[in-house]
Design a protein around this ligand. Structure first.
Ligand code: AMP
Length: 321
């Protein structure tokens, strides 16, 4: 597995110096945000607001209703980009950046933990070993605390903790390191309600559990542990579940004994989303063949017909053989 760590301590210092020299900082993340996208952007905004009260710090991007319990994006006008520093977190490639005005600032920083296939930005800090970008933001804070008196807040700790929990599958995925636990241990010293946070992240409506029941009943798996389930639009309508809501169910098949890698196909208005997960075989190369990418063990792609899905399944089977 290719491990990339571009940057490190020296890069963190450069990022901190750059941040301190701009008056306006606008933070972006990827489309279809998840808790790590929210945790890393809002965590950084909160830390910077507390550390530099005179700066204007914004988070932009379309709001995801299911993440209401975390934070809500700011309204940013086009003129505010003039002379601004733009920081993009958790986004491997420029097409997936939510709000394409990211390129209209004075300078651009990429902070990410996906493979660095698209090396955009004037400064890049990419660590594919980090469990989450929220973890990286905490590391940036640690450096800032000693070199520039950066301040952590209760709310920053809350959203960063949520980002780490989300991207590590509640500390279960292989990406969870000793450092991840140390950082989580530091974050819970701050004042926030963990039970309420976990409820926000994991309480689901009944209809979603009914669909989960359907997935457990109907998924198909071969002898090598290659599995898939197709969720066409009519089925989603029958269960009253939106395509976005199904993201909470992608991990469910991971509990199946003998499973190695699996795909959930979710039909949307204009495409079929392909969500790939694995417990060992590398699947992001397959995702790349279908307009996608991501991590070696968790990737996404897009196809445009159900016949293509059979092609993807055949390739997954080969990978698992
Ligand atoms: P998802 O299934 O949307 O949760 O995505 C799993 C992982 O794959 C995330 O880390 C995403 O960043 C990445 N990913 C999903 N879709 C794409 C895509 N179209 N292009 C590149 N990476 C993607």
């Amino acid at each position: 597995m290719l491990i990339t760590h571009i940057g490190g301590k020296c890069m963190k210092r450069q990022i901190i110096d750059t941040i301190s020299s701009y008056k306006t900082i606008i933070i972006h993340r990827h489309v279809r945000p998840d808790p790590d996208a929210y945790g890393s952007t809002f965590g950084l905004r909160e830390i910077l607001q507390a550390s530099y009260p005179d700066k204007q710090i914004f988070v932009t991007g379309e709001h995801e209703e299911s993440l209401d319990f975390l934070e809500k994006p700011d309204q940013v006008t086009d003129d505010q980009y003039e002379g601004a520093l733009v920081i993009v977190t958790d986004t491997a490639n420029t097409e997936r950046i939510d709000d394409q005005r990211y390129s209209t600032g004075a300078s651009l920083i990429k902070i990410d933990h996906h493979p660095n296939d698209d090396a955009y930005g004037d400064l890049l800090w990419v660590n594919t070993q980090a469990s989450s970008v929220s973890e990286m933001i905490y590391e940036l804070y640690e450096e800032g605390k000693t070199t520039a008196n950066w301040q952590m807040t209760d709310n920053a700790a809350r959203v960063l903790f949520a980002g780490i929990v989300g991207d590590t599958g509640r500390f279960m995925f292989h990406s969870t390191s000793q450092k991840t636990f140390e950082i989580a241990g530091d974050l819970i010293k701050y004042n926030f309600d963990r039970t309420e946070l976990f409820n926000g992240m994991y309480e689901v409506e009944r209809k979603l559990l009914h669909l989960q029941g359907h997935i457990y009943q109907q998924f198909v798996m071969d002898d090598n542990g290659a599995a898939y389930i197709k969720l066409p639009q009519e089925l989603l309508e029958e269960y009253g579940v939106s395509a976005t809501e199904t993201s909470l169910l992608v991990g469910s098949l991971g509990n199946v004994k003998g499973i190695k890698a699996w795909i959930m196909f979710i039909e949307e208005e204009d495409q079929i989303r392909v969500r790939l997960r694995s417990k060992g075989p590398i699947i992001n190369e397959l995702a790349k063949q279908y307009n996608g990418g991501g991590h070696p063990l968790a990737s996404g792609a897009s196809i445009y017909s159900w016949s293509e899905s059979d092609e993807v399944i055949a390739k997954l089977k080969e990978i698992c053989e």
